[in-house]
Design a protein around this ligand. Structure first.
Ligand code: NCD
Length: 304
């Protein structure tokens, strides 16, 4: 069965196959109605808040002619509140739907779901673990906007510790050649060593640079993130790091002309609003790529 649980499971070849498929989905989106997934049902089980991920998965399914059943606040409004285990919920829902998209607050939840599901599980984020579909849309953004997925310097900024999109993106980028990652983050939210070790073992160069100006000048991609307040056990620790790095027009003056600014969104104060007008600000375009990316994932999962 075609589950999408971890970005680690994508080989370089799988990614090279997927990128043009996403291009095709973009074209199909422009052409209008599709019925490739007619008669199929996608269940969206969201135990954590979401705007983009849930709505773009649902849009993707509807654009392909499929249908959607959805619980957007499963932590409170599903039987989880009565004490039902995730495994039991999945056993039941996998008898209703042809594919399940799940977001959960616990690391490993998507893998647990997959272990009991009769239908493909697509992870939409498991706690501070991973967010593979976001990483695919991030990779697609780089491919579209920069024109290549090799020979890149990517500066990762902010919360690299709890930011699950960063983890999955590092795993995906580890498939390509001449990748240099610059980690620009406070000590308390640095990239976990198991993830940097994974990348290094696959030939990625990892550097640590606390000074954003120095890191920004060298980057093809500046990948800014929100500090994940919900993962901190101490409010004080969060306060200390929450505004550590800001991308503003002053910084943009030293960012190379061909570089792009990415952010998985939602943004709080990490990118000043007046940066939005800059053509290098790719984050809203990035959010829109979520639809064709998830169309490709749904088709892959359901047409096997
Ligand atoms: C991210 C997430 O949920 O991990 N959002 C998203 O899916 N685009 C990032 C975040 O919440 O900061």
């Amino acid at each position: 069965m075609h589950h999408v649980i971890s970005a680690k499971s994508f080989t370089q070849q799988a990614l090279y196959d997927l990128l043009p498929k996403i291009d095709q989905m973009q074209t199909r989106l422009q052409e209008g109605a599709q019925d490739r997934l007619k008669g199929k049902i996608m269940a969206a089980l969201f135990f954590e808040p979401s705007t983009r991920t849930r709505l773009s998965f649902e849009t993707a399914m509807l654009r392909l002619g499929g249908q959607v059943i959805s619980t957007e606040n499963a932590r409170e409004f599903s039987s989880a509140i009565k004490g039902e285990t995730l495994e039991d919920t999945i056993r039941v829902v996998s008898g209703y739907a042809d594919v399940i998209v799940i977001r959960h607050h616990e690391i490993g939840a998507a893998a647990r779901a997959a272990s009991v599901s009769q239908v493909p599980i697509l992870s939409a984020g498991d706690g501070a673990g991973e967010h593979p579909s976001q990483a695919l849309l991030d990779l697609y953004t780089i491919y579209r906007e920069i024109g290549r997925v090799n020979d890149l310097t990517v500066t990762l900024i902010g919360d690299l510790m709890y930011g699950r999109t960063v983890h999955s993106l590092v795993y995906l980028l580890s498939n390509f050649t001449n990748i240099r990652l610059i980690c620009t983050a406070p000590e308390a939210t640095q990239l976990p060593t198991d993830i940097s070790d994974y990348a290094k073992a696959r030939g990625v160069t990892i550097e640590w640079e606390k000074n954003l100006e120095i890191a920004a000048k060298q980057a093809d991609v500046l990948y800014q993130t929100r500090v994940q307040k919900e993962r901190f056990t101490s409010q004080n620790e969060y306060e200390e790091v929450k505004n550590a790095y800001l991308i503003d027009t002053k910084l943009m003056a030293i960012v190379p002309q061909k570089s792009i600014i990415m952010h998985p969104l939602p943004r709080l104060n990490e990118i000043a609003k007046d940066v939005d007008q800059d053509p290098r600000a790719a984050y809203f375009r990035q959010s829109h790529y979520g639809v064709p990316v998830r169309m490709a994932l749904l088709e892959d999962a359901l047409q096997r």
